[in-house]
Design a binder for this molecule. Structure first.
Ligand SMILES: *Cc1c(COP(=O)(O)O)cnc(C)c1O
Length: 383
């Protein structure tokens, strides 16, 4: 076991208040611990947050993406366009429903799917698009939906990282086609594990409910029927209670994250690291919820690898992460025909990206400490 300093700064840490902890205890004592009243309350609160659109909870953001595709009618023979710069879940679900992922490279500035390349990747087989709002930065929603309308494509927004983000003053989730959120422990709003689908109408919401739990309805023979092939994706009431407790704080969470992101930009201004070529994210302090703050390391100017750089930060009491290696270079994807060089921007991002600490209970002084440590390491290990 390696020793870490007492003041270790992790790259992420959820903030759960005492009221939520007490609420979870109440649920545990209530006699009903799986999907029930807390889920109903969580769905109602999420729906209100999303401008009154129907919302159904699930036990993961991966489940919501997969069921979102099924509700959109995506299946064998269909192509779905997405980005290779995401968590592998985004494209695994496309295979899961029997369809084929088609990747379009990212725009190196936004690090989100390049909408010109997306448009160029459309074929007669294209049925849907899964845009990913990486680190909580939305894509150009006006352009995205103009493309979708023109080509009659469904959109399943992978907004796993974008709860609390907005587009031109409208909340992500309150606009768009099908929207998929994740409430994994590291996300801006967490239910430990979990997710939610924002849907267009009650028919889609009912279908989501069926897909969530074995396709069961309360009609039919002996008071029950099963008319679609559903799975087992329901959220527990313990988890829903955690999510409800988080939702109260979402505006403050987002505000604090924007403040910390701003502190990073200030801290890196004129820094040795930036002079050496370290890349910063797009400075959007309006739409993005700053789920993560990611830099790209100037590895060609350094004598150490990214792993060694991370180890140097760890020795200084700073935790970091890598989100994410390009999906198409994973073995499963190589076996299905993807190769190196296909999506150079996503590949380069995957090789050089580093996620710095950013969570609600962090301070501006913590950010300054991270910036100083990065400069120190860059200077010490400059070629
Ligand atoms: C977290 C995440 C998912 C998957 O969510 P889970 O709740 O972990 O299943 C999908 N896409 C992106 C971009 C994510 O960050």
């Amino acid at each position: 076991m390696t020793q870490t300093p007492a003041s270790f700064l992790p790259f992420v840490k959820p903030e759960i208040d005492e009221e939520t902890i007490a609420g979870v205890v109440d649920v545990l004592r209530s006699g009903w611990i799986t999907t029930g009243p807390q889920n109903q309350a969580f769905e109602a609160a999420l729906s209100e947050y999303c401008g009154g659109r129907p919302v159904r909870t699930f036990n993961s953001g991966t489940a919501t993406l997969e069921i979102g595709l099924r509700i959109a009618g995506v299946g064998p023979g269909d192509e779905v366009i997405t980005t290779p710069a995401s968590w592998v879940s985004t494209s695994n679900v496309i295979y899961e429903v029997g369809a084929t992922p088609v990747f379009a490279d990212i725009d190196p500035v936004t690090r989100n799917i390049d909408l010109d390349k997306l448009e160029a990747a459309i074929t007669p087989k294209t049925r849907a698009i899964i845009p990913v709002f990486l680190t909580g930065l939305p894509v150009d929603m006006d352009r995205l939906y103009a493309i979708a309308r023109q080509h009659k494509l469904r959109v399943i927004e992978d907004a796993a990282q974008a709860f609390g983000a907005s587009w031109n003053g409208k909340r992500i989730g309150a606009i768009g086609d099908i929207v998929s959120f994740s409430f994994h422990a590291n996300k801006n709003l967490t239910s430990i594990e979990g997710g939610a689908l924002v849907l267009n109408n009650e028919d889609e919401a009912e279908l989501a409910r069926k897909y969530r739990l074995q396709g069961i309805t309360r009609t039919g023979h002996d008071g029950m029927d099963c008319d679609v092939l559903g799975g087992k994706y329901n959220l527990t009431d313990v988890a829903a209670r955690v999510g409800l407790g988080q939702l109260k704080h979402i505006e403050r969470f987002t505000e604090q994250r924007r403040k910390l992101a701003h502190a990073y930009f200030t801290g890196f201004e004129g820094s040795a690291a930036v002079k050496m070529g370290m890349g910063l994210p797009l400075a959007d302090l309006v739409n993005s919820n700053w789920h993560m703050f990611q830099v790209t390391l100037p590895l060609d100017q350094l004598t150490i690898s990214r792993a060694e750089f991370m180890e140097q930060l760890k020795q200084r009491g700073i935790g970091t992460g890598v989100h994410y290696p390009a999906i198409h270079l994973f073995t499963l994807y190589r076996e299905r025909g993807f190769t190196e060089g296909m999506f150079p921007h996503a590949e380069r991002l995957g090789q050089t990206t580093l996620t710095l600490p950013l969570f609600t209970q962090m301070s501006v002084a913590d950010v300054a400490r991270v910036c100083r440590a990065i400069d120190e390491i860059c200077t010490q290990y400059a070629k």
